[in-house]
Design a protein around this ligand. Sequence first.
Ligand code: GDP
Ligand code: IMO
Ligand code: MG
Length: 430
Amino acid sequence: MPANVLVGAQWGDEGKGKVCDILAADTHFVVRYQGGNNAGHTVVHDGVTLKLHLIPSSILSPDVTPVIGDGVVVDPQVLLEEIDLLTEQGISADRLVVSGNAHLIMPYHREIDRVTERHLGRAKLGTTKRGIGPAYADKAARIGLRIQDLLDMKIFGQKLEVALKEKNAILTKIYNRLPMDAAKIAEEYAGYAERLAPRIADTSLLVWSALREGKNVLFEGAQGTLLDVDHGTYPFVTSSSPVAGGACTGAGVGPREIERVIGVTKAYVTRVGSGPFPTEDLGPDGERMIEVGREYGTTTGRKRRTGWFDAVLLRYAARLNSLSDIFLTKLDVLSGIDPLRIAVAYTHEGRTYEEFPPHQSIFHNCEPVYEEMRGWQGDISAARTFDELPEAAQAYVRRIEELGGVPATWVSVGPARDETVVRAAVGAAR
Ligand code: GDP
Ligand code: IMO
Ligand code: MG
């Protein structure tokens, strides 16, 4: 059994946590391959609600080994707090392993994230202020500190000095902040080193060996396709590669290992932070999606922006990730909204775009072309088979599949694990 990838098909918060928890049942290893604690993944099972930021969302499956891969940026304080919180709840994170190549988020990354956002004023990106962008910037600039540096605090201290010299100049001279103290940071991180050392591993080798032994591996994406640093709505993106290809670089596996790519897609669209959003609905329907769908950020608590399903984005995500399946989530939230709208194309200056526009100005200023669909009434969260969904809901799902060119193998009708319609026939027919 090969490896599969689970990826967000929109701007994040599609419900990847729930999906990962479900798919983990048939899996031996679940690997986070990018992002950091900007992610907020919610898992609901047996009355327990877990909000995870760094630890893979498979943590409720005790036989699965959770892996934090090379491409992740790790804030060790957050990681250890998350482990402790789980332990307090009786959930073991004993099997968790962390790549030695993963980069560390440092206190100055968090500070720079905060001050640069403030400095941008109205042009701010609306980041999660967790230091993600500055940590990835240092990685690319080759002055980052990595998890494996924690194993040799002498080298850690030398690298810290180099990095901090530049950061303190930026903090004091550009942003008028106080400098940070290297010795204090080194002492703090030495404490983390002690606790993390036993978990540090060559995770690429671990995954490769698992695959050779016929084990199942799931790569869990954070964020979403439209937040990808290369393919998303730049500059309103995160600083990593959430797309499926990111699993190869971020976990250290070759593309030939990957079989299925499951795109998690909400039945409408949300986005947190700044940036273009053609189908955003600021009226009562959007407001209803926020309230019924409880669209408040898992990480920052911010109200999410909401809007109509956008098939242009789905087609784009299907192409970029080579999606084999859709896991459609939150269909239940649309109950009672009639009619429903789906964007099938955009128009801009007299031209129609059926594919994601190649130039940002078009995407920023385009108008969606909507198709109206009949809505349905009543609670659908008890549906477990496709036939149990109201006819209008079935038609809505079918239209999404048709427009995206990808089968919706699963349809989620509530936050809990079992509130899911599994369309086995669709999966088996492929
Ligand atoms: P992620 O970042 O992709 O893991 O998504 P989040 O956890 O940030 O946000 C998704 C939210 O929707 C969470 O509160 C989930 O519990 C919830 N959720 C997931 N699937 C469904 C669903 O089908 N219906 C409803 N009503 N809620 C869902
Ligand atoms: P999950 O994994 C939704 C957004 C931020 C901001 C932009 C850049 O829960 O789907 P960053 O802190 O990454 O530099 O912020 O990206 N963002 C997310 N939006 N879900 C997420 O993660 C996000 N992670 C980052 O709101 O607009
Ligand atoms: Mg989230």
